[in-house]
Ligand binder design. Sequence first.
Ligand SMILES: O=C(O)CCC(=O)C(=O)O
Ligand SMILES: [Fe+2]
Length: 267
Amino acid sequence: MDLSNLVDIDRYPVHEPGSEACAALSRQCRGVLEETGSLALEGFLLPAAAARLAAEVAPLEKISFDVEQDHTVYFAPRDLSYPGDHPKCATVWSSKGGISYDQIPEGSDLAALYRSDAIREFVARVVGLEKLFLHGDPLAALNVNYFRVGQSLGWHFDRADFATTLLLQEPLAGGAFEYYPDMRSAAGENFDGIAKVLRGDAGAPVEVPQTAGTLSLFRGRHALHRVAPVGPGKTRIVAVLSYTRQPGQVFQDWERELFYGHSEPII
Ligand SMILES: O=C(O)CCC(=O)C(=O)O
Ligand SMILES: [Fe+2]
């Protein structure tokens, strides 16, 4: 596909994976991601393309599936053998609407961008993998999330190695993606540090600079992160592009029900 109508290829020459320009960009991005755990490519989408992609999915907000839950930072059930303010027991609140891959129009630019070999190859290089595959699940592969006024994603760790998101519409107020790098490590859970964040005692988090059209890669296994509550005015609309190391990965029906409110593709 021709990425030049979507991506600012002068700044981000991802369209020619074999070129030295793309190799240099990938190396540079990989360095930033390895060093900070986060990479935000502002203006990855051309402004007109960002507006077009947002317009493609804005009408779908009304059919989005709302998920609201109290959960621990691990998304594991509360362990009541710990005190209430311990990270294993304390809960945070999350609320957002989402649509699944089957609900995103087949011919949309957003779906085309997700399926682009060049972009997938670029992401693989940046995260240091030889190859990535499109997620095999007909619902989970590509999602769009809507955070309306008051909605947010509470502090949490991801289970996946990395996440790839594309901000399509920035809120007028609030809704920042915030994180504390290296909050935990393979060597230590740092419950005290996490408890401080939950108490609001940890000092300012790092904020990922995201504007409409920003492509972000984030390593959230050890970085505690959240989407701050969105203020009034505009919904935060973000696409989540899922890639996997192995082909053919799918969700269980119960997982689809839980995340999307349906388990069979709708369209
Ligand atoms: O909405 C985003 O920018 C990413 C949210 C996030 O951390 C997640 O989905 O795990
Ligand atoms: Fe996350």
